[in-house]
Design a protein around this ligand. Structure first.
Ligand code: UDP
Length: 328
């Protein structure tokens, strides 16, 4: 039996592929390599193509004995989703529809879905739990919520079981130092701060210091990418054990402001890292911190790399060793 990882050459996908291989799973990867990197794969069987290509996906399902899918393939930039919502609906929502249709056609009944805390929007409660209101403030979060809802109805009609994992702010890099975060363009806080530490950028732009938080900058819940990878595998195990569809938050339950992240990065790297305050970025909620009580009790998830210093340290190790990312 093989696990199919869509978007497996991307940042979180490649760390999940690594974790699956470490425990001896057979892994098949589908990635269109628009964002992913072949070099990020430490093994597995890669198919380069798109979920929306029916003939291509038929061959992937026909050539492999797939029993479960971990679905990462999606566009994931909040800012871009606000200016190009069509791109997000097409790739994320329509791409997932194509995948679910193919699962149904080929008799694959288990999917773990990389969702997001952006499905909640401006939270009613901090930390957020799975029963809280979902009212996304950006098109990215809206498409991920649509994808979750689509899965629910494919369960009702066709018995496809899904576990949606809602998380924010993956950071850090694999302990081997062989894979890490390399987005083009990079928009995420931690790698941008580290690029500024490396001197690849003149400064870090802080998007808004007039939010309703202690220091005025946005608060987010940062999770080590390998802890996220572990959660996806626990979710596959749970579905293989016959569990029903469900939704879990993944987070450390502790938030850090943009200014705090920069401070910790200064301490870890020993670099000055100049910061410049700029206007708010469209679509950003002030505070996003997830309660993962449910994932801890039901999935048995226990994030082991939960100190932000350690998360940034692992990312720094990757950045220092790969100053040009995968393009050496
Ligand atoms: N951010 C920032 N400067 C940057 C990139 C991000 O101030 O160059 C802020 C952003 O506004 C948000 C937080 O850092 O409040 C985390 O943003 P990121 O894009 O890393 O993740 P997101 O929360 O959007 O998933």
């Amino acid at each position: 039996m093989a696990v199919l990882v869509t978007g497996g050459a991307g940042y979180i996908g490649s760390h999940t592929v690594a974790a699956l291989l470490e425990r001896g799973e057979e892994v098949v990867i589908v990635d269109n390599l628009q964002q992913g990197h072949k070099e990020a794969l430490l093994g597995g069987k890669l198919y380069v193509g798109d979920l929306r290509d029916a003939a291509f996906m038929d061959s992937v399902f026909q050539e492999n004995d797939i029993d479960a899918i971990i679905h990462f393939a999606a566009n994931s930039l909040v800012g871009e989703s606000m200016t190009q919502p069509g791109k997000y609906y097409h790739n994320n929502v329509y791409g997932t529809l194509c995948l679910l249709e193919k699962m149904n056609q080929h008799g694959v009944g288990k999917i773990v879905f990389s969702s997001t805390a952006a499905t909640y929007g401006e939270p009613e409660n901090v930390p957020i739990d799975e029963y809280d209101r979902t009212l996304p403030t950006n098109a990215y979060g809206e498409t991920k919520l649509s994808m979750e809802k689509m899965m629910k109805w494919f369960d009702v009609a066709h018995g496809i079981k899904s576990i949606s994992l809602r998380y924010f702010n993956a950071a850090g890099a694999h302990e081997s130092g062989r894979i890490g975060e390399d987005h083009r363009p990079e928009t995420h806080l931690v790698p941008i701060v580290l690029e500024a530490a490396l001197g690849k950028r003149p400064h870090i732009a802080v998007f808004g210091d007039d939010y309703d938080t202690a220091d005025g900058t946005c608060i987010r819940d940062y999770i080590h990418v390998s802890d996220l990878a572990d959660a996806h595998i626990l979710a596959v195990d749970r579905l293989r054990g016959g569990a029903d569809s469900s939704i879990y938050n993944l987070g450390n339950g502790k938030g850090f402001s943009v200014k705090e992240v920069i401070e910790i990065a200064r301490a870890v790297t020993g670099k000055e890292i100049p910061a410049v305050i700029q206007p708010r970025r469209s679509g950003d909620p002030a505070v996003l911190v997830a309660s993962s009580q449910r994932a801890r009790s039901e999935l048995g998830w226990n994030p082991r790399r939960d100190k932000l210093e350690d998360i940034i340290e692992s990312a720094w190790k990757w950045h220092v060793a790969h100053p040009n990312g995968y393009q050496e």
